[in-house]
Design a protein around this ligand. Sequence first.
Ligand code: APR
Length: 251
Amino acid sequence: MQSMKLESIAEIVRAASEVVIFSGAGLSADSGIPTFRDGATGLWNNVDPDEVASIEGFLRNPQRAWSWLLGLRNLIDDRRPNAGHYAIARLEELCVAKQVTVITQNIDGYHARAGNENVLEVHGTIHRVRCHRHCGFVAGWDESSLDPYACPACGAPVRPDLVMFGEALDEEVFANAQLRSLTADVFFAVGTSFTVQPAARLPLWAKRAGAVVIEVNPHPTPLSEAADYAIRSGASPFFAALCANLEAVGR
Ligand code: APR
């Protein structure tokens, strides 16, 4: 990536009061977690998301969906955040006088594990289960729950606390993500194909509200044209270089 572009992006971050990092599966690719739509390894090119990740599929055959999601959770537990996650956590540390928010579509919990404190998980998390009827029952998805089970409080099905296809996002979490996107001075969009609504609208709302939008993705996406900067790079090298620049030249 040209150093001139990095310099100007670092300057923009220095001048910002609010920074948002919006992330997708591409950020966790370097941790060994397959993305959803990338070529032969894409998860949805190897299993039907309607069967294992939609609410209709879950209610039709809970065991099938539960087992597949449990396999993904075990993979996530076996791997760890990568240099890109740690560089984004470092960015939050370096931006001491700024509001820094991570808005992630990812369910792996890697941003928090890497040290980011202000994380909005708009698609939920694979590390928790909850009552499907929202009666209030929530629990960690630990080793003991290998099979789907009934809510101990009301008897409805218990399911992973993530947003499945066909479901609405958590209103409070998404309203907060919208607000942060509308007030951001800089909006990084990292490792996402902008395929799934309504999350994919956030960068466009940020742009319309006056943010500088910076896409970080080795490949072009539907956002590339609208972005102020389209950085053709993996997440890890870009954010590591940005943090090094902010540290070297003073924050
Ligand atoms: N660094 C940055 N970006 C990368 C990297 C990398 N090392 N490797 C791949 N990418 C990019 C790909 O070019 C692609 O644009 O990451 C993107 C991954 O796209 P998807 O697999 O569609 O993942 P995502 O955009 O997060 O999917 C959105 O779809 O299935 C639902 O709920 C699921 O949150 C997910 C949503």
